[in-house]
Structures are given as structure tokens and as C-alpha cells.
Design a protein around this ligand. Structure first.
Ligand SMILES: Cc1ncc(COP(=O)(O)O)c(C=O)c1O
Length: 402
């Protein structure tokens, strides 16, 4: 007889559900399926030869150091390259002391939860919001308060009301979580005015903003809006970055930028989590920067993803029935689709899978369980032709449900 292990699980893991996205992704593994589901970069754009050469270069030059433990803060050369890049491109006034390397930005999110959250603390996030962020905070017992998005991102009016309400109810409001550039999942970018309004709310209530920006450099058109980190004058913004979408997610290397008061806590948290991120990989990426390969590859990624976005948008325009609308992102990897209220995207998902096309049900990104008639579509992974054909198949599914 199988014994029960229920009494062994922590309260925290009992509350957590397996990621819906990861579960649904399993259904999309068949070769014949066109998948708009994962947030995957195009593997054909991974610079394999260059990485091979950089790795050999690092092992030749720094072998023992590359295979040794590194500092928790991260490889000094890599931190230097990142700091210089942010100073030059974004006008940030930062030094290496303001930046810690993480095991990609999912660790940045987990450490954020570890540092700030006790059970019952309140976190404010977009409706919809990145599922990995929501889950990371929920695992520390956070109460998530969802704030509606409009075409400029999170509504500052609703946000202010909700923060004030939480505080007046005696709750501990801890931080505001925002993906301001080409948001995952909605593809929306926040304009400067909205960023300033939200910063004012952070100042008024003395809570930090977590600016999660994995897609910022993948811009196809339009003007970049200043980073929250750049607009902030009081050290109230913590920025998370990653190489996952601009180089390779398999590296698992990201970073956190912020005032030293925050970075010190991230270092303590990371010491508990994993001591340090891979020395070899950090040094390989530093080498990649030193050989001037980073911008060359980024340019290619932007060019290819722009074509893929355009193909998907054109196909949506051509095939989608009346009553269906979608966002038109200026960059990133995703767009978001809204169907008439009576269509449940979870039911539609199974029909779509039969037609060999997959997406992520939008509901997964709503901490208040709303958004049942929405879905997230990724345009970076499938080929150009698949982006056209997949949308055609999806439109047939939707028409059957109308
Ligand atoms: C908004 C956002 N944050 C964080 C992550 C995690 O990325 P990684 O851990 O690969 O850096 C993702 C991945 O899709 C994301 O979309």
C-alpha cells in the first residue's frame, strides 16, 4: 500500500500549483504542432559558433578561475560590461556596486520574494502579469492585488486607490511589480508619463517598484521610454534584467540593479539560494561582449522578430473574425488576443490542439482568475510561414466557438 506523504509538505508548496504554462507546454511538444505557447527565443538565432569560441577562449585564458566558485555578486568583468552598457544606452548613474548577477531573472523574482515578503504582505501587479512573477511572490505567501492595464500599461489611478486601500486596512504593502517594456503577456509598453505617475505613488507610500525588463532591448519600432531606474531620484526602483531573450535562456544568467541598500539584501538572499551563478558562463558572456558580438546578434534578433511579428499581425488581420481584437507590440516576443466574453480559451485550447496549433490561456496571467476569453501568442519561436498558418488554424477554431 502506498503511504501518504502529505504531512511532509511545507504550507508554501501545498499552496502552489504546477505552472499551467509548463503543463500545457507538454501537450505542444508534438512535431506537427505550431506552438505560439512558450516564451521561447528562436533557437536558430543562438550564436553557437561564437559561443563555442568564447568558451574555449575563456578556458584557455582563465581555466581554473572559470571552473572555481565565484563571488556571490558575480564576475567583475561581466558586471563592468553591463554597468557600462546601462550608463551609455540608458543614462543610468550606476557602478558595479549597484548590480548583482543572478541565475537569470526568475531568481531575481524569487529573491525579491525572499527579501521582502512575509505571508499576508501585499504585492501590486498588472492584470494580466507575468505568471512566473506572480507564482514567485505567491510562494512567499503574498496577497496579490491585480491592477487593470490600459493601452499605456498599469492604471496609475487604480493603483493609487488600491495601495491606499491596503494601507488603510492595516496591510503591509510591499512593492509594485511591473514589466514596463513589451509586457509579458500583453505586449504593452508604458509611456513616460505613466511611469512618472507610478513613481510618485511609490514615493508617497514608500514602497519600491520592481521593474522587470527582459524584453527592453528587443524593440522593433517607436521610441524607447526612459527606464523607471533612470527616472527614479530616490533609489526606489529595483530593475531585473536577463540574457534569456537576447542571447540564450540556457545560460541562466540575469542581474538585479538598484541602490546599494537593496543590492546588499539580494547578495544575502543569493548566498542562501545558490552561493553564486556559474563562473564559466558569466566569463563566457563577458568574453562575448569583449569580442563585440553582442550588438551584432541583437541586431539580427530584432530584425527577425520584427518580420515574425509582422507576419503574425498580417495573418490576424486577414483571418480573425469580427469581435476578436489583439495588441500590436512595438517589440518583445508576445501579443495578447481578446475574444468575445462567451469564449473560454481553456476549452478553445483543446480544439486548437486538434488543429495542431497551441497558445497559452490568458487566464493563467490574471491573479484574480479573470481573462478567460484571452490568450497569449508568442511570435518569436515559430517560423514566418508557421506564424501565418498557425493564426489561420486558430481563427478556424475561434469561428467554431462563435
Ligand atoms: C517578464 C519576465 N520576467 C522574468 C522572466 C524569466 O526569465 P529568465 O529567468 O529566463 O531570465 C520571463 C521569462 O519569460 C519574463 O517574461
Amino acid at each position: 500500500m502506498e503511504s501518504s506523504f502529505e504531512h511532509l509538505w511545507s504550507d508554501s508548496i501545498k499552496k502552489m500549483k504546477k505552472s499551467v504554462i509548463r503543463e500545457l507546454l507538454k501537450l505542444t511538444q508534438k512535431d506537427e504542432i505550431i506552438s505560439f505557447a512558450g516564451g521561447l527565443p528562436d533557437p536558430k538565432l543562438f550564436p553557437i559558433e561564437e559561443i563555442k569560441e568564447c568558451t574555449i577562449g575563456v578556458l584557455d585564458k582563465y581555466g581554473p578561475k572559470a571552473l572555481q566558485y565565484g563571488t556571490t555578486e558575480g564576475d567583475m568583468r561581466l558586471r563592468g560590461h553591463l554597468v557600462n552598457r546601462y550608463r551609455k544606452l540608458e543614462g543610468l548613474d550606476i557602478s558595479e556596486d549597484n548590480l548583482i548577477i543572478t541565475t537569470a531573472s526568475q531568481q531575481g523574482l524569487d529573491l525579491t520574494g525572499r527579501i521582502f515578503l512575509n505571508p499576508g504582505d501585499v504585492v501590486f501587479c498588472g492584470l494580466p502579469s507575468y505568471l512566473g512573477g506572480i507564482n514567485a511572490f505567491a510562494s512567499y505567501g503574498a496577497e496579490l492585488v491585480g491592477i487593470d492595464l490600459d493601452s499605456n500599461g498599469m492604471s496609475s489611478i487604480i493603483l493609487r486607490n488600491e495601495v491606499a486601500k491596503a494601507v488603510s486596512n492595516g496591510k503591509r504593502a510591499k512593492f509594485i511589480y511591473i514589466v514596463p517594456d513589451f509586457q509579458n503577456p500583453a505586449g504593452i509598453t508604458m509611456d513616460e508619463k505613466r511611469r512618472r505617475e507610478i513613481l510618485d505613488i511609490a514615493y508617497e507610500f514608500n514602497i519600491p517598484i520592481i521593474e522587470d525588463t527582459p524584453y527592453r532591448e528587443v524593440r522593433f519600432n517607436g521610441e524607447p521610454q526612459p527606464m523607471f531606474q533612470k527616472l527614479d531620484t530616490r533609489g526606489m526602483v529595483i530593475t531585473l534584467g536577463t540574457f534569456s531573450k537576447v542571447l540564450a535562456p540556457g545560460f541562466r544568467i540575469g542581474w538585479v540593479i538598484g541602490h546599494e541598500r537593496w543590492i546588499e539584501k539580494y547578495v544575502t538572499g543569493k548566498q542562501i539560494a545558490d552561493l553564486c551563478s556559474s563562473s564559466l558562463i558569466q566569463m563566457t558572456i563577458a568574453e562575448y561582449f569583449e569580442r563585440d558580438l553582442y550588438d551584432k546578434n541583437l541586431k539580427l534578433i530584432i530584425e527577425k522578430y520584427r518580420e515574425k511579428r509582422d507576419a503574425m499581425l498580417a495573418s490576424l488581420e486577414k483571418y480573425m473574425p469580427e469581435g476578436v481584437s489583439w495588441t500590436s507590440p512595438d517589440g518583445g516576443l508576445f501579443l495578447f488576443l481578446y475574444m468575445p466574453e462567451n469564449i473560454d480559451s481553456e476549452k478553445l485550447f483543446l480544439n486548437a490542439i486538434e488543429k495542431n496549433v497551441a497558445f497559452v490561456v490568458g487566464n493563467a496571467f490574471y491573479c484574480n482568475n479573470a481573462g478567460r476569453n484571452t490568450m497569449r501568442l508568442n511570435f518569436s519561436f515559430a517560423t514566418l510561414d508557421e506564424n501565418v498558418e498557425g493564426i489561420k488554424r486558430l481563427s478556424e477554431s475561434i469561428k467554431e466557438f462563435l
